[in-house]
Design a binder for this molecule. Structure first.
Ligand code: 4AZ
Length: 548
């Protein structure tokens, strides 16, 4: 058996013919069969009736063997929705080589098996049922598949230089496990190594909070944020060292030279404080930093659902759904004031049979949560004026920004609020947790949701992202998501927002969903239009005199 993927597929097809039953997933779906003995290098298992609810009182056993004993299996679950609660899983469960899994998982669960056989059991009790599972199993040769490279649990090969560098590259995190930390790294409680400079920076990089624990500051250090420590010399030095720029806040340095680390007041004076706008502290002598701050407020909700996918009603009150002709939801947008929406230029480019550039063919829904129109308080508008950025390039996707003027203004409610637009110098630091929201496809090539979806993504450093993407990003673009894929925007989310919460509790829009190679793919995070580059353009076009 050779190592190339093509061979695996070819062999797989040959070997699939030898299966005990007609065990291709389609046949399971059609005949309701479940379980059986399989000899294959890779394949797919689904629960009976998938993607519809599985039947009660079901027991299935699959025994899977890889034809080459030098190979090992891994199995991953792109969908796993079973009644029950981990770890007991007393209701419905699936087990892989004796370990049970149940409940709802909104990210792929990867189970390395370290063995050339897989025994997968599926059990359901007599009570409530759910969507079930879709499992993809594949095999790899741990001895030689990734010569000179690291083999991830899902078989991907990763450069050795990516191993133990603090960034997770493999979906199963195996490139960051069992590392010997270097002198400039911190050893997390879970044994991952992270750069020392990430310790006590307010971001849970270890994912077990160990890099953010015990952050009481020693002499000569000050607390940045959530007890994180920095040398005193970093205070008010004009450089942003702490998350949210806390080390440059309250420095009382007004009328300093305007640089990339300063905020410019309406009177032209600069202050050494990043993200000073609308932070509920009056910094500029002319008070301009706290003017026009009726934005970015979540009025209808008190807390968010952790790790949920469905948004809570009123959680993203600036989110707008743009419906094209008879196609229904087609793009997202955000409300930036009573009259204007922000969206992506590429949503309004004509396609073969659709005149997307015709403003009269669009309908705008504001205050929407479910595409079924069941919520009260939805405002419907037409588009009076469409402003596409004059430098939009539909090949490179540069300048992917558009403004839409509403046919009539909207009144703000708990469910309809504008988002805050960041000043050109607003900093969204790498690793900051932000949210992308929209009614886009749930998976690449998948279906559209009915309820507004939210996904937590992290801002990715521009240089890191550009390296990954082959240097095709411009300075008007920003990456967010995960280099390993997983949470991402997709078709239909375009034009919608990437928003980040500031310490003041206000939400600022960092990006507009623009493009990406596929959705949630490994090494291809979502690319967004970088809003800080456009506040002056936005203000010029909607008739507000910008101060920057
Ligand atoms: C799209 O087709 C699209 N994964 C939007 C965002 C992304 C990919 C595609 C990002 O509108």
């Amino acid at each position: 058996m050779e190592k190339s993927a093509e061979h695996i597929v070819v062999n797989d097809k040959v070997i699939m013919l030898k299966m005990d039953k007609g065990l291709d997933s389609e046949e399971h779906k059609h005949f309701g069969a479940c379980g059986g003995n399989i000899t294959a290098f890779n394949g797919t298992l689904i629960s009976p009736n998938y993607p519809h609810y599985y039947p009660p009182n079901t027991n299935c056993v699959w025994r899977i063997m890889v034809p080459d004993p030098n190979f090992q299996f891994r199995i991953q679950f792109p969908t796993l929705k079973l009644e029950g609660v981990q770890p007991d899983c007393e209701k419905d469960w699936i087990s892989v080589n004796g370990i049970r899994y149940c409940g709802e998982h909104d990210r792929t669960v990867v189970v390395p098996s370290a063995s050339s056989t897989l025994t997968v059991k599926f059990h359901t009790d007599a009570s409530v049922s759910s969507v079930g599972f879709r499992a993809e199993y594949s095999s790899f040769n741990p001895a030689g598949e990734c010569q000179g490279m690291h083999t991830c649990g899902d078989g991907r090969c990763e450069l050795m230089s990516n191993k133990c560098d603090g960034w997770v590259h493999c979906k199963d995190r195996s490139d960051e496990l069992n590392c010997v930390c270097t002198s400039d790294q911190f050893r997390c409680q879970n044994n991952m190594c992270k750069p020392l400079i990430w310790v006590c920076d307010g971001v849970d990089d270890c994912e077990d909070m160990s890099d953010e624990a015990n952050c009481d500051c020693a002499a000569g250090f000050f607390a940045c944020h959530r007890n994180s420590c920095m040398p005193i010399s970093a205070l008010c030095d004009g450089n942003i060292d702490c998350p949210h720029g806390m080390d440059e806040a309250d420095c009382e340095k007004i009328d300093v030279n305007c640089t990339t680390n300063t905020y410019k007041c309406a009177d032209g004076k600069c202050i050494v404080k990043p993200n000073a706008e609308c932070d509920k502290v009056q910094d500029c002598l002319d008070l301009s930093d706290e003017l026009d701050c009726d934005c970015g407020n979540q009025l209808a909700i008190r807390r968010r659902i952790v790790n949920g996918n469905d948004a809570v009603i009123g959680e993203w009150p600036w989110q707008v759904s743009l419906h094209f002709a008879t196609l229904g939801h087609t793009c997202g947008a955000t409300l930036i004031n009573n009259w204007w929406l922000l969206s992506a230029s590429h949503c309004f480019q004509n396609a073969e049979s659709y005149r997307y550039s015709d403003r009269q063919l669009w309908t705008v829904y504001i205050g929407m949560h479910s595409l079924t129109f069941t919520d009260s308080g939805i405002e419907r508008r037409l588009i009076k004026r469409m402003i596409i950025h004059e430098q939009f390039d539909n090949i490179t996707m540069d300048y992917d920004i558009a403004l839409l003027e509403l046919s009539a203004p909207v009144r703000y409610t708990s469910y309809i609020q504008p988002v805050c637009l960041p000043s050109p110098l607003h900093v969204f630091p790498a690793n900051q947790r932000c949210y992308v929201t929209g009614w886009g496809l749930l998976q690449e090539g998948g279906r559209l949701p009915v309820i507004l979806q939210k996904g937590e993504v992290r801002i990715i450093n521009q240089t890191t992202c550009n390296n990954f993407m082959g240097n095709i990003l411009t300075s008007r673009m920003l990456c967010a998501g995960y280099l390993t894929g997983e949470v991402d925007a997709c078709e239909g989310d375009s034009g919608g927002p990437l928003v980040c919460e500031e310490l003041s509790g206000k939400w600022f829009q960092a990006g507009i969903v623009s493009w990406g190679q596929g959705c949630g793919r490994y090494g291809h995070p979502g690319v967004y239009t970088r809003i800080t580059k456009f506040r002056e353009w936005i203000h010029r076009n909607i008739g507000i005199d910008g101060n920057t």
